[in-house]
Design a protein around this ligand. Structure first.
Ligand SMILES: O=C(O)c1ccc[n+]([C@@H]2O[C@H](COP(=O)([O-])O)[C@@H](O)[C@H]2O)c1
Ligand SMILES: Cc1cc2nc[nH]c2cc1C
Length: 339
């Protein structure tokens, strides 16, 4: 990134540089699709998924050979306000569980042959409680976004976003409330499973956090740094880097969608290379998707995070690409075309 007066200017410059879709690759996909041994249109959304892959990978015959689930993990001071059903120590314990192969995401990755990388974003230094203080200053927020950008530098052809961070559904709710308005109650939900009193503490925490925003609510990057957190910043950076590297992205649930929403508010076209893998059972996820005019691929009643919904969708995306690439054509198989 080129040096500039303010770190966020570098991010704004990257948004301005985003490449558009590769229309020629999409046309090649459409032409081949019309020759495959199936009635036209009969693979429904699988067909549009392959077109989407071509548009954003630039590959005329998209193949997924290096899918990656990237999990960004961190802690949040607002956990001390009693907003989660679990203690903050679970964030690190789950990191150990990911490393040992014992988490749900490990098994989905095994089932669909997806790579998995875990990124520890200063777990032992929680960001201050967003009720009272900004989560990050501008240099740290921009640096965390840059860290998220680097995270995919090892190469992947399908990036699935994941996160782990106790209390981050409170933080994500504050980000959505700051970006899209409404009331705190519109954006809070059970998360890991808080009871009614916990839900009320969450609502109050989001209300306090958002009341600190003032005029800053107009700037999505300010909303991110003031009431967001490190994993949300890193995921926003990863989405942006993926676009610049022509890598399609699958967004996961409520928390990863908060990262996408920051970019959406900067420029709605920033998310054109993103597919929303599933709609989370966290109730406000539907509201967030609606606010951006997005629909999710799957609706499985999942609300785990850690990239599990995105990874389930990746199985379908992988299959869609393979079907398109390796099916026979009417000519090659000697099957008669429509009269
Ligand atoms: O992304 C989602 O849809 C989602 C919904 C509910 C819970 N989570 C996960 O649960 C944790 C946050 O929940 P909480 O109750 O501690 O705010 C965090 O590790 C998330 O990955 C994630
Ligand atoms: C056990 C557990 C696993 C998780 N995975 C993502 N968020 C989580 C929260 C908890 C509490």
């Amino acid at each position: 990134m080129s040096p500039s007066a303010l770190p966020f200017d570098d991010i704004r410059n990257l948004v301005a540089e985003m490449p558009g879709p590769d229309e020629a690759a999409v046309e090649t996909v459409r032409a081949r699709d019309s020759q495959l041994t199936k009635p036209a249109g009969s693979l429904g959304q699988l067909e549009s998924i392959v077109e989407w892959l071509a548009a954003w990978s630039g590959k005329p015959v998209p193949k997924i050979t290096r899918p990656l689930v990237a999990i960004f993990a961190t802690n949040h001071g607002v956990a001390d306000k009693g907003v989660s059903a679990y203690p903050q120590s679970v964030t690190r314990q789950m990191l150990e569980n990911f490393a040992a192969g014992g988490a749900a995401i490990n098994q989905i990755c095994a089932a669909y042959d997806l790579g998995l990388k875990i990124f520890d974003l200063a777990i032992d230094m929680p960001t201050p409680s967003i009720t009272d203080e900004d989560a990050l200053d501008e240099p740290n927020c921009a640096a965390t976004m840059a860290y998220g950008m680097e995270a995919i530098a090892g190469g992947t052809d399908l990036l699935c976003l994941g996160e782990m961070g106790i209390a981050n559904t409170t933080v994500a709710a504050a980000v959505f409330n700051g970006l899209f308005g409404g009331t705190a109650a519109d954006w809070v939900g059970p998360g890991t499973g808080v009871d009614a009193a916990g839900l009320e503490r969450k609502r109050a925490a989001v209300e306090m956090a958002v009341s600190r925003l003032g005029a800053a609510a107009k700037d999505p990057l300010e909303v991110l740094r003031k009431v967001g957190g490190r994993e949300i910043a890193a995921m926003a950076g990863a989405i942006l880097a993926a676009r610049l590297q022509r890598t399609p992205v699958i967004v996961d649930g409520f928390v990863s969608t908060a990262a996408a929403a920051v970019l959406y508010k900067m420029d709605p076209s920033t998310l054109d290379h993103c597919l929303f893998g599933h709609v989370s059972a966290e109730p406000a996820h539907r509201r967030a998707l609606e606010a951006m005019g997005k629909t999710a691929l799957l609706d499985l009643g999942m609300r785990l995070g850690e990239g599990t919904g995105a990874a389930m969708a990746a199985g379908i995306v992988k299959a869609a690409a393979q079907v398109h690439a390796d099916m026979a054509t009417f000519d090659s198989a000697g099957v008669s075309q429509k009269d």
